[in-house]
Unconditional design. Structure first.
Length: 256
């Protein structure tokens, strides 16, 4: 705050969002501070100090470059999305090699979870694609489950329920958790996961056409990005959207 002795602004309450950056507080449409958001996150005694500073006037190109660099350091995603043609080619190759169950449908829902033992929250995310185009995104956080496998199952269950609510009953679900796919297909059995897998099977009967397939982690960065962003939110979150939320503008390129 003080140019002679720089320090972070003091937050409201005890919860600190360590992923919050200065540019998150700037409305680039008006090139001014987002005062309502600042007042929500920062102590009242700090607001005037921030408002007295001139926000950086960054060009869209510079903003994009900053977003990409920050997204990597934040570990929201490690890989910039590949061209849609490459994704289609990879999936066709996987089908030829028997790597997934072929489904004659236009809807594909990619799901992921973000889990760490140290965090209180687990992040869930999904992206619904139709004929190669993104038509819906979902993200949610919930109190931490006991393992990453259970987190992946929670992400799949939540995404399936949302698809049914939205009227999508012919869907291929893709997850980068191969173990979850094997449990659903009965190839493996885990006593602790029996009830969870049974719930997934019961929900799947509500679809007119349902399949679940393994997706390489590098091809699942959209859902991964949403799940990590949801886990990083300190407040409860459950969101469905078509366009990228404003507060995720800094990683918008990772969701294309």
């Amino acid at each position: 705050m003080d140019s002679s002795h720089p320090r972070p602004a003091l937050p409201v309450g005890e919860v600190i969002d360590r992923d919050l950056k200065v540019h998150h507080l700037i409305s680039y449409d008006s090139k001014s501070w987002n005062e309502p958001l600042i007042r929500e996150l920062v102590r009242a005694s700090e607001v005037l100090k921030i408002m007295s500073l001139k926000p950086m006037d960054t060009s869209p190109l510079d903003t994009l470059q900053l977003a990409l660099a920050e997204a990597k350091s934040w570990k929201v995603a490690q890989i910039i999305p590949e061209a849609e043609e490459d994704l289609v080619q990879s999936r066709e190759a996987a089908n030829r090699n028997g790597g997934r169950t072929s489904v004659t449908m236009g809807c594909c829902c990619q799901v992921d979870a973000s889990w760490t033992q140290a965090d209180k929250m687990t992040g869930l995310g999904f992206v619904l694609m139709e004929n190669g185009k993104r038509i819906l995104m979902g993200m949610k956080n919930c109190y931490n489950v006991t393992s990453p496998l259970q987190a992946e199952a929670e992400a799949l269950t939540w995404a399936m329920k949302r698809m049914l609510e939205q009227g999508h009953r012919s869907v291929l679900f893709e997850t980068d958790c191969n173990q979850l796919v094997k449990l659903f297909q009965g190839i493996e059995e885990w006593p602790v996961m029996v009830e969870v897998i049974e719930e997934i099977r019961i929900i799947s009967t509500s679809f007119s056409s349902f399949s679940i397939a393994f997706l390489q982690r590098g091809m699942n960065q959209r859902a991964d990005c949403l799940a990590k962003a949801a886990r990083a939110r300190p407040e409860p979150l459950s969101l469905l959207c078509v366009e990228t939320p404003v507060w995720l503008a800094h990683v918008a390129s990772l969701l294309e």
